[in-house]
Every structure is written in C-alpha cells, then in structure tokens.
Design a protein around this ligand. Structure first.
Ligand code: 8ID
Ligand code: ZN
Length: 354
C-alpha cells in the first residue's frame, strides 16, 4: 500500500524556486538498504536551518536537488531487509531529527558526540528531509515519540527543543542563575525560555516586537529586552541581573550581531553557548576580558540520541510546549519569507496530510 509517488517540496538548483511536486518518487520497501526505514510523515516543523540550506549561505552547501526539513514525525511503514536488531518496528511513531545517521563507532560517536561523526548524514541537507509525505531514514537514529505528545507538538522538539535543551545543559548554570537568551521569540529561543525555566534558571529574553515579548514573558522569562529599542544592551542586562551580569548566554539568533557583546554582559566565570548559525560570521571576543573574566565559550550542535529522548521526555511531562502555527506544505515559501523577515513567532509546523 506504499504509493509510487508523493507530494514533496523540492529545490532543484540554488537559484530555482521552491516547487511542491505531486509526482516525486517514493523509495519502495524492496529498495531500502539494511538499516534504512521508510517513514510516512504526519508533519514537519520548519527550522531556520532549512532556510540556510535553501539559500546555500553556509560554508558547506546542501545537496541538490534538495528536499529540506528535519523536524518530522510519522509512522514507520517499512524497514530494509536484513536489518539486524532494529530498535523500532513497523507501526512505531518516530521523529526524524537533523542527524539522520551516524556510524556509532568512531571516536566522536563513542564519546556521545554523534553529531560530529565523520560519516554523519543530515536530514534535509546531505540526505532528503521531511518536507514530503514519505522520508527514508535510519532505524538507529529515528527517535520514538512519547504517547503523551501529539505529532504536531513533538515535531519541533526534534531540532529546536533538542538543540536548546543540550545548549542549556552545557551552559554551566545552576538553579537560580541568570541566563540570557537572544533570539528568545524564535523557534529555538521560545523553547529555550521554557527549558531554562524548567531547570530553575532566571531568564532574560532578548528579541523584538510586542508579540515575541508577550510570548516570552508568558513562557516564564523574568525580563525582556527589545534588541531594536535598547540604547545600551550591556547596561540593560546588568540592570536586569542585579548589576552583575548574566551567568550564561545561549545565542540562537540567526544574526552575527547578537554575539557581539556577550563577553561584556557575562559575569566572571560566565559561559557563552554558540548555537545560532548566521551566514559568513566570525565570533569576535575581546581576548583581554575573556581571560580576565575567565569566560567559557562553548559551541553546541543539535544533540545526540540520548539528548533527543530527554528533550522529548521533558515535553511529554508538560514542562515545555512548542508554540506553533499549523500550515499546509504548500505554505513553505511564505514560511521561509517570514523566517527571513523575523516575523515568525515561535514555530511553523507543516502538515503533510493536506
Ligand atoms: O545545532 C545548532 N547549533 C542549531 C540547531 C538548529 C538551528 C542551530 N540552529 C540555528 C539556525 O540555523 C539559525 O541560524 O539557530 C538559528 C536560529 O534558528 P531558529 O530558532 O529556527 O530561527 P528563528 O525562528 O528565525 O529565530 C531567530 C530569532 O532571532 C531573533 C529573531 O527576531 C528571531 O526571533 N534575532 C535576530 I535575527 N537578531 C537578533 C538579535 N540581534 C535576534 N534576537 C536578539 N538579538
Ligand atoms: Zn533545525
């Protein structure tokens, strides 16, 4: 009952328009390699990374033609023949995250840094992703979805949630500490506000506009700073944090400027977690003050299989809820436009069923 063709949003070449086609082939069960599985998707979140991939603005280009998307949820409908010890079975509801595959046996994999595996395959970047009705993925890396979560609720936990959850986990913070979240009204950021609050941290949310402000404060941020309105960001953060500066900053803005003053507003011993991936940007930190203040600078890249389960588990317990608008797959071009303009509050989740 697997159809031969499907609807999929495809970019044929770098400058070609995004097209939703109805006749894209579906890889048939008999064509799946051992370890591969075919997932029939309910929905997929749209991450700003998908826009970077579509524009080709990172140092490493995406495959072409490309089906983007890496926050998918659906049902396993086929598993490649001769697959040994599959952790998932037919009919299971699973998530497709950015990291579609890693070898699990190289040094980074053995150390839990699966994201940095030399053989890594990335959904919607080096292999086709989730902006389609069916996606081919890998039994070792698809993530079981807890029954408490609907597919729509779970989708964006698979990238946005997972990424900020891990970033906060490595931010060297403890209950009661102040954390600054530039990009707080976006996909990653609004989930970051909630994971941070659930961990007992005090949140200074930074972003722009009345809607993002309202959302951040509703989700638990104690302080709000509009980056377009502030006259002195460092002073505003110091004022918000009792004069001393923040213990950590997790930057999820897709803009290099959001990184510029982090060293200045962190307190001694503070940690800057680098997450947002603006195109062609360099991190510039004053060496003198980085040393004098004993600042930690940490890069954080999505998360491993364990992080994904933890991030979903916290959402399943109701501590974190994705704020999203639901749209059909055909809306993807306008969603990219919204991400570019910064007008999307929270996330957009695309339905594959209409
Ligand atoms: O593993 C990773 N490190 C990872 C995983 C997933 C996504 C990194 N990312 C990257 C994406 O590729 C993108 O570069 O994180 C960035 C944010 O992704 P997103 O949350 O999906 O993007 P968004 O929904 O557009 O949110 C970004 C927010 O940043 C705000 C915008 O207003 C928007 O709400 N923002 C910007 I642009 N400049 C800002 C600034 N100077 C700012 N907020 C504060 N200060
Ligand atoms: Zn993403």
């Amino acid at each position: 009952q697997i159809p031969k063709t499907q609807r999929a949003a495809i970019v044929e070449s770098k400058d070609a328009p995004l097209r939703v086609r109805e006749d894209h082939p579906v890889k048939q069960p008999s064509e799946l390699a051992p370890g591969e599985c075919l997932v029939k998707l309910d929905c997929s979140g749209v991450c700003h990374t998908d826009l970077h991939a579509r524009k080709g603005d990172w140092p490493i280009p995406a495959k072409l033609p490309l089906i983007g998307g890496h926050e998918g949820v659906g049902i396993v409908v086929a598993i490649g023949g001769h697959t040994l010890d599959s952790p998932v079975k037919l009919g299971d509801r699973v998530g497709i995250k950015w990291l579609a595959y890693s070898c699990l046996d190289c040094e980074p994999c053995r150390k839990g840094l699966e994201q940095s595996c030399e053989k890594a395959k990335c959904s919607g970047f080096t292999v086709d992703g989730t902006f389609s009705e069916y996606v081919v993925s890998y039994v070792s890396h698809v993530t079981p979805i807890p029954p408490e979560l609907s597919s729509d609720e779970a989708a964006s936990i698979l990238c946005a949630g997972l990424t900020v959850y891990r970033a906060i986990k490595y931010s060297n913070t403890h209950i009661g500490d102040w954390i600054v979240l530039p990009g707080a009204g976006g996909g990653l950021g609004h989930l970051g506000v909630q994971y941070a609050t659930a961990m007992g941290l005090r949140v200074v949310a930074i972003d722009t506009g009345a809607e993002k402000k309202e959302l951040c404060l509703k989700l638990g941020a104690e302080k709000w700073i509009d980056f377009r309105e502030t006259k002195n960001l460092v002073q505003d953060i110091k004022d918000a944090t009792g004069g001393k500066g923040a213990h950590a900053a997790v930057i999820t803005a897709a803009n290099g400027e959001a990184y510029a003053q982090a060293i200045d507003y962190l307190r001694p011993g503070g940690t800057l977690v680098v997450v947002g991936l603006p195109a062609h940007a360099k991190l510039s930190a004053d060496i003198f003050f980085t040393v004098i203040k004993s600042i930690n600078i940490v890069g954080s890249y999505v998360g491993n299989r364990q992080d994904a389960r933890e991030a979903l588990d916290i959402a399943a317990r109701g501590k974190v809820k994705c704020f999203f608008a639901k749209k059909p797959l055909s809306a993807l071009p306008e969603v990219y436009e919204g991400l570019e303009q910064g007008t999307i509050v929270g996330r957009v989740v695309l339905s594959m069923k209409e």
